[in-house]
Structure formats: structure tokens, C-alpha cells
Design a binder for this molecule. Structure first.
Ligand code: FAD
Length: 324
């Protein structure tokens, strides 16, 4: 049996080293090799990080561009990396950019790809078998990819970052790729207004749903979050339909994937598009006045009641406990 050649790429350095862990789970009995690909002007540092975390090789694709190339440029860089390594499997981080890249790459190679995979393994024939959510997250499909190379994208935070190894053994190889002139001219780029907090890194999250009636009521949940040393996040209606919270605080399919120790869902029904983003939470507390709300099935502790009574009562009790 051949050893597995696995190529990993994400423009996000954290996701790239998570893919390193994902790639290793696919090694067969004969073992495997993971090559990390970095593309862009300042990626040698990222390549080094992959090596000290055990990557067997890092390919630094130099394009001469002053910034990260557009998606078609990334695909051209990856095609060069594929020519150099002839991988069995390609894993791409399912970031916004990666989601475009993976589809274009599969089309260029005329092979299938599976996006947003939650689990990966090899089937008995050595093909990549994945699990991913389909139909808006209502079902989990198990699919086997045929053809070669087999391409899958994996959401950020799905796997832990690869640990540092005692002795790095891999090497860095530079490959120069000349990109054609861009097909899109960027007229202006405006910085995204970001909130001061990163919900993906939070240990405690208090999440607000449509059970919150007015924007000013969010301060109640913000107080709860602060008391517990956490941050406030929300569902899509609050982070999109009404913009009460910035979009980078949205948890779910079209938002962030979070993995806190404690997730307190306040006035959230628990639709699957929300659940996929918080399923990794260690302990889930649901406060919802509808006993039939699906969120209760996801919760370790369910409180069936009005958040406007429960949260102040909790804060009151919490403050009293702290004083004693
Ligand atoms: C393609 C797609 C992507 C999506 N992506 C996301 C995503 O990333 N994140 C996301 O969150 N959603 C997403 N959605 C939307 C998702 O389907 C749901 O509509 C949304 O999660 C519902 O938000 P909610 O729970 O706040 O509101 P609702 O479903 O309206 O639930 C409100 C809940 O509050 C409870 N409630 C009301 N008053 C109180 C009270 N006083 N005390 C306690 N409980 C109370 C009610 O019983 C109810 O269960 C997506 C949808 C689509 C189609």
C-alpha cells in the first residue's frame, strides 16, 4: 500500500495548522506525508510554523504579488503545488476564500469535492469518506469521493491545531508562479467594522436570540456575559435582520463556529443553522419559555421560563454568592 500524500491549504494560518491535524487522521497503515501550502508575499513564517508542528514539507508559492492573490490566483498556485507533490487528498480550509477556492480547484482538476466536512476517514478502498451536513443542516450525509485527487474543505475550528513536535523534520521549498493579470480590478477596499471581541476564542458565550424583545434589553445579557467573564453573541435575526449585534458575533452556519466551555442560549429556538455553530460547546444552558423549543434537546441544562425573569434572578443570586 502506498503512503498517503496529503496537501493542505488555507490562507488563514490558524486554520492551516488545524488541517495538519485533519490530514494526519487520514494516514493509512503505510503512513503518510502532509505538505502545507502557503501562497502570498509573507508566508515563509507560516510555512515554518507548519514545520515545527510536524508538516513533512511546506511549499511556499511566490507569486510576486504584494498581497494575497484573488481566488483564481490561489487556484493557479495550488495547481502548481499539486503538480509538484501529486497528492491523493487535498484539504482546504472552508473560510470564505477557501470555499471559492475549493470549488474552482475541483473544476480545474475535473474531480469532485466535498465542502464543509465535519468528519473524514478512509473507506475500505482507501477513498476519502466524509460526513457533512446537507439540506440546510437538517441531515448528515456520509459520502465517498471517487477520482484522484480527492478534495474536501473543512470549517475553521473543526480540528485542534497540530501540536509542536520535538524535532521538526520537514523542509521548505519555494515555487515561483507567474500569475496572469487579474481579471477583476479592485476600486476600493473598506475595512470591515469589527467588534472588539472574537467570539471564536471566548470561553464563555451568552448568546441572544429573538426572545430578546428590544435592542436595549441586550444590556441584560451583556451584564450576564461580563459577570461570567464571557462575551455576547447572537443568532442571525439579531446580527443580520435587525443589526443589533455586529455580524462577526453571529453563531451558526452563516456565522462563526464556536467552542466555549459554557454557552448560554437565551431566547434562542435552536434551529439547525444556529446549532451547527455551537455544537462544540462543552456545556450548554438553554433559557427558553417554550418547552418544545429544539434548543432544549441540545442543552445540558434547560431552563424553561422567561429570560427577563431568569437572567436577573441568576445575576442577583450570583452577586449574593460572590459576597458571601
Ligand atoms: C442559509 C441559512 C443560514 C443561516 N445561518 C444562520 C446562522 O449562522 N446563525 C443563526 O443563528 N441562524 C441562521 N439562520 C437562521 C435560522 O434558520 C433561524 O431562523 C434562527 O437561528 C432563529 O433565530 P432565533 O432562535 O433567535 O429566533 P426564533 O427562531 O424566533 O426563536 C426565538 C425563541 O425565543 C423564545 N422566546 C421568546 N420570548 C422569550 C422569553 N421572554 N424568554 C425566553 N425565551 C423566549 C421562543 O420560544 C423561541 O424559541 C440561517 C438560515 C438560513 C436559511
Amino acid at each position: 500500500m502506498n503512503i498517503q500524500e496529503i496537501l493542505i491549504f488555507s490562507e488563514n494560518p490558524d486554520t492551516l495548522v488545524e488541517l495538519l491535524t485533519a490530514g494526519r487522521t487520514l494516514f493509512g497503515p503505510a503512513g503518510g506525508r502532509v505538505t502545507a501550502v502557503t501562497i502570498g508575499p509573507t508566508t515563509t513564517e507560516v510555512a515554518r510554523d507548519c514545520l515545527v508542528r510536524g508538516a513533512d514539507q511546506a511549499l511556499v508559492i511566490q507569486t510576486g504579488a504584494a498581497s494575497l492573490p484573488a481566488e483564481n490566483g490561489l487556484v493557479l498556485g495550488l495547481l502548481e503545488a499539486i503538480r509538484a507533490t501529486d497528492p491523493d487528498t487535498i484539504l482546504i480550509g472552508a473560510t470564505r476564500t477557501g470555499t471559492d477556492v475549493v470549488a474552482q480547484l475541483a473544476q480545474a482538476l475535473e474531480v469532485p469535492c466535498a465542502s464543509n466536512c465535519m468528519k473524514l476517514r478512509r473507506d475500505e478502498d482507501g477513498n476519502l469518506e466524509i460526513e457533512r451536513r446537507v439540506y440546510g443542516g437538517r441531515f448528515t450525509a456520509t459520502q465517498v469521493l471517487m477520482g484522484r485527487p480527492q478534495i474536501a474543505s473543512i470549517p475553521p475550528n473543526r480540528f485542534p491545531k497540530a501540536d509542536l513536535v520535538q524535532e521538526a523534520h520537514g523542509s521548505i521549498k519555494e515555487v515561483v508562479v507567474e500569475l496572469p493579470p487579474p481579471r477583476i480590478r479592485v476600486k476600493a477596499t473598506l475595512p470591515r467594522v469589527r467588534s472588539a471581541v472574537d467570539v471564536t476564542k471566548a470561553e464563555v458565550i451568552v448568546a441572544a436570540g429573538r426572545g430578546v424583545k428590544k435592542v436595549e434589553d441586550l444590556s441584560l445579557l451583556d451584564t450576564l456575559a461580563s459577570a461570567l467573564g464571557g462575551v455576547l453573541a447572537g443568532t442571525r435575526p439579531l446580527t443580520g435582520d435587525v443589526d443589533w449585534l455586529p455580524i462577526d458575533r453571529r453563531v451558526g452556519l452563516s456565522g462563526q463556529t464556536v467552542k466555549p466551555n459554557l454557552y448560554i442560549a437565551c431566547g434562542i429556538s435552536g434551529q439547525i443553522e444556529h446549532i451547527v455553530g455551537m455544537k462544540g460547546a462543552r456545556t450548554v444552558v438553554a433559557i427558553n419559555n417554550d418547552p418544545k423549543a429544539p434548543i432544549h434537546a441540545e442543552a445540558d441544562y434547560s431552563i424553561i421560563g422567561d429570560l427577563y425573569e431568569i437572567v436577573p434572578a441568576f445575576l442577583d443570586a450570583y452577586e449574593r454568592t460572590k459576597r458571601t
